[in-house]
Write a protein that binds this ligand. Structure first.
Ligand SMILES: Nc1nc2c(ncn2[C@@H]2O[C@H](COP(=O)(O)OP(=O)(O)OP(=O)(O)O)[C@@H](O)[C@H]2O)c(=O)[nH]1
Length: 517
């Protein structure tokens, strides 16, 4: 099947070594780039997936923490509602207090997380407590919750700042309610306490990794308890921190990747404000922990891929080197071929050329005579031949020496080439001092004209020849022609006719042209 020219050219171009090399480099590069791009994308995808998983985990954990904290504070509130109602109806007299105490102890006993419930009068002096020790000498008028209730007529529960218990010495979170007299006047405060350890115990039940955080904060951004636990952080102001600021700007529940002020660690945080109380819980997992597995996987994947790429690169390099070597070999081969062809041409020229005159030699003449005869036969065109012989050349040699004879022959060769030979004519040194010209598509008149032109050109050269009666070098020429298509015609008969004509020219006195009869 033949390809269109343009397609063939394109195909040839494609097969060139340099093109193959460039295409190979582009191919390998595009594979490598696609591979790296794809891997970068999938590594990025895996990272995002890990972060998203951490977001879901911290959100769920925070919801559980919020529920637990809400339940705990609610239980304390329920305990307070009962005792406050009883004291407001029965008053704070001795009998009423004794009855209330029974209720207090029962409630504390049955309510998980509740450390104590105590009642204080309007001066902050202890009236009753669920604790076993008598607290009559206690005064809580300096506590924030007491000051709040003394100043505020509201009946809602108040969650105070964490404080060290004056009886147990442990950290507690006070939840309190105001007690009113029948006239609505301030009669005292009922306080339920929850040990911070109760929250810590629940917080510790979560797996938050090495750098995770669980946080319980007041509504104004003060730390109540934090895991990892540090006593100095209790009641510290975290309202300027990233978690509280995010809560302030983004709403009651949310999640974000934040960097903590306390330790500078980047974490995935989820936070939530409690449904019924001004408290905020948050939990967080460190991004480093979250991405630890991803990092390890990525390390191995990237390592293996880098190895594969290196192998691919090595292979590509080897192929390119082979292509380069092949290209160099082909160039060398082409050079060798060209010089071989040139050598062959000059060798061929040498084998068909006469070294003295520069004309063709006898070998060329024989081949040309055969070829032209048959061409004339096919084309039905005549073929002519002129035979030239230098007159008295023996004498010339004898008079001027053999080298001068050679020089004379060389000049005659030059003269012959310049005396109107057509491109198709074949001028040769037939042998010794004899020259011949084969004239395709020429009749005997044409041959005669050519012979005369040459004879005059030789005379015009005016080469002195003391042995020639003319005084100059002259030539005798025999011209013959034939029609190769005719039965009687042959190469030999043409040669003989020309030779005979030459002989006639010699016999007629030399320096002339004779045509074959
Ligand atoms: N210098 C030189 N002489 C040559 C060469 N080839 C042939 N000859 C000489 O040419 C001469 C030819 O002489 P002859 O055949 O006797 O004829 P001629 O002297 O030319 O006399 P006519 O042909 O009868 O006019 C011989 O002496 C050859 O030695 C050659 O290559 N160089």
């Amino acid at each position: 099947m033949m390809l269109p020219i343009t397609a063939q050219r394109a195909f040839t171009r494609l097969r060139r070594p340099r093109t193959i090399q460039s295409v190979s480099i582009l191919f390998v590069l595009s594979i490598v780039l696609s591979f790296v791009g794809l891997q970068g994308w999938s590594v990025q995808q895996a990272r995002s997936k890990q972060i998203e998983t951490a977001r879901v985990a911290t959100t769920n954990m925070t919801r559980a923490l919020a529920q637990h904290t809400d339940d705990t504070v609610r239980a304390a509130e329920v305990a307070l509602v009962g005792v406050v109602q009883q004291l407001e109806v029965d008053g704070v007299e001795k009998d009423a207090l004794a009855q209330a105490l029974v209720l207090l102890r029962l409630t504390v006993e049955k309510t998980p997380g509740l450390d104590s419930v105590s009642v204080y009068d309007s001066q902050g002096r202890g009236l009753i407590t669920s604790r076993s020790r008598i607290t009559g000498s206690f005064n809580v008028s300096d506590r924030d919750y007491f000051r709040h209730h003394a100043a505020t007529a509201g009946r809602e529960v108040f969650v105070g700042a964490p404080a060290r218990s004056r009886t147990s010495g442990r950290w507690i979170l006070p939840v309190s309610r105001r007690i009113n007299g029948p006239d609505g006047a301030f009669r005292g405060v009922a306080v339920a306490t929850i040990e911070l350890a109760y929250f810590q115990e629940f917080h510790n039940s979560f797996d938050i990794g090495r750098d995770g955080v669980i946080l319980l904060m007041s509504g104004d951004g003060r730390i109540i308890v934090r895991r990892p636990f540090a006593e100095a952080q209790i009641n510290s102001d975290a309202s300027g921190g990233p978690v509280f600021q995010t809560y302030r700007t983004k709403g009651k529940e949310g999640s974000a990747v934040l960097t903590a002020r306390i330790d500078g660690i980047e974490r995935m945080y989820a936070y939530q404000q409690l449904a019924h109380y001004p408290l905020i819980v948050a939990s967080a997992l460190s991004i480093r922990d979250v991405l630890a597995n991803w990092r390890q996987d990525t390390f191995w994947i990237v390592g293996v891929e880098a190895l594969l790429l290196a192998l691919l690169g090595l292979l590509g390099y080897r192929i390119l080197r082979l292509i380069g070597e092949r290209e160099r070999a082909q160039i060398e081969l082409r050079k060798a071929k060209t010089s071989l062809e040139k050598m062959n041409q000059s060798l061929e020229r040498l084998t068909l050329q006469d070294s003295l005159t520069g004309l063709g030699n006898r070998r060329l003449f024989d081949t040309a005579l055969f070829d032209e005869f048959h061409r004339g036969k096919r084309a039905a065109t005549p073929l002519a031949l002129i035979m030239i012989d230098v007159d008295y050349f023996k004498r010339y040699n004898d008079l001027y020496g053999h080298p001068a004879g050679d020089e004379c022959l060389r000049r005659l060769g030059e003269t012959l080439m310049e005396s109107g030979c057509r491109p198709g004519d074949v001028a040769v040194r037939y042998g010794g001092e004899e020259l011949a010209v084969l004239l395709p598509d020429t009749d005997v008149d044409g041959a005669n004209a050519m012979a005369e032109r040459f004879r005059h050109a030789v005379l015009a050269q005016a080469i002195p020849h003391g042995g020639n009666p003319v005084g100059l070098v002259t030539v005798s020429i025999g011209a013959a022609a034939c029609c190769p298509g005719e039965d009687a015609a042959s190469c030999e008969s043409l040669l003989q006719a020309a030779d005979k004509a030459l002989y006639a020219a010699k016999a007629a006195g030399r320096n002339q042209v004779c045509n074959a009869a």
